[in-house]
Write a protein that binds this ligand. Sequence first.
Ligand SMILES: [Zn+2]
Length: 510
Amino acid sequence: MLSKEFPGGILVLTGANSATGLRSMPARYVFLDEVDAYPASADEEGDPVTLAEARTTTFSHRRKVFMVSTPTIRGLSRIEREFEASDQRRYFVPCPHCGTMQWLQFDRLRWAKGKPETAAYHCEGCERPIAEHHKTEMLARGEWRATAVSRDPKAIGFHLSALYSPLGWKSWSDIAREWLAAQGSDETLRAARNTLLGETWVESGDAPEWQRLADRREAWKPGTVPMAALFLTAGADVQRDRIEVDIWAWGRGLESWLIDHIVIPGGPDDPAAWDKLTSLLGRSWQHSNGAFMTVARLGIDTGYEAAAIYAWSRKVGFEQVAPLKGLEGFNRSAPVSGPTFVDATIGGKRLRRGARLWSVATATFKAETYRFLRIERPSDEDRAMGVLDAPGTVHIPGWADTEWLKQLVAEQLVTIRNKRGYAHQEWQKMRERNEALDCRVYARAAAWILGADRWDEATWRRLEAQAGVETRMPAAVAAETTNDPAQPKAGTLTTPRRKRRAYTPNFMRD
Ligand SMILES: [Zn+2]
């Protein structure tokens, strides 16, 4: 089924998750479909696109690699990166009134307020409205034109949005209607941008107001885990004179709750501080069902004093602890990669490959956190009708103080242009202290490492059954920062030992 012979050649099909398939044989032509949905790594052997492209090397100048995709998120989108490196061809069509050649852009599609059926395209030359019935003729007389100079002269790229749908497919009024229907949530707007316009979604960089977060703090018993939460992770930020740890609980759709905030005095040079951090790994927090939960995974930043952190992690074991290294930029196909083996120095002795290290694209998780913090909460009336919090909702307890809230929203995404005019986005601190945000990012990375972004319905149900939580069915799952569709590996989660009224979805022990 996966290979078809025909006169002059053979067509071989494989999956982006199969390193063996991608390495199988030399190929002159490689066609990669939906590249934005590819996993970051095929069977942990690296980028599937790179693996596939390597198939063509023996054909040198006669080879051709063709990639197609609906784009996803700015900075994470592979197809956008490829398109931007190309000559960026757009399909130019003539205005039926004045003949001006132009490529169709969404902001020129206009309609009377609330009346998508009146949608018409407005010419950029004469500003006159163009009715749908002209489209067939316009498409027939159109042509592809480059709008940029490609960095690699052999790379050509084509972009087409739903505005070009031929008659009988998607009309301009259909597009207007779908666009209106998508208003109201970032998730639906993002889907509309991706699928209708063929444009990436740009994560908003504005930090939410800390006052707003203060207003929506919730009262639940300090240090306890609310009912819908299913597992705990921790994020630890090592500073010169202290270690700050936040404990986060996670539920379906990556809804989250801040459970505890712990400051351990003494920096990485102080053995007592490390002992306190070790004891935290054995500590438990009470779930509303009466059981006690420990931290399933603690993400710890290695940025300040890597050697001490490797040594400690090796001592307590990598099953419960993930040393993390933050990477700059959005340009990563997955928010977390690794682990890689790094050398560690233990008791003055250097151990080759003695520690494991995960790389985290912190920018991605910061953007996600701010997007999650902006999610609207159901009104009391909606709640009474059984409306649940949306996936991703962040719950902050009443005891979270002003300083913590200000730290959480301490950064802002800014666009920076270099001298040659190339733009990139980066997060910048708006105030000195930002540990709450860093700890959140490390705890979020720990949830990713556990596999929470890739769990299927059955896994969530199993966790809920373990916790004695009624299955909640959110309308959409927001956990889509990763493009990795891989299912959780067998053995990632196993049934914890059941005790009376006590359960620990402890990923370490089982
Ligand atoms: Zn015109």
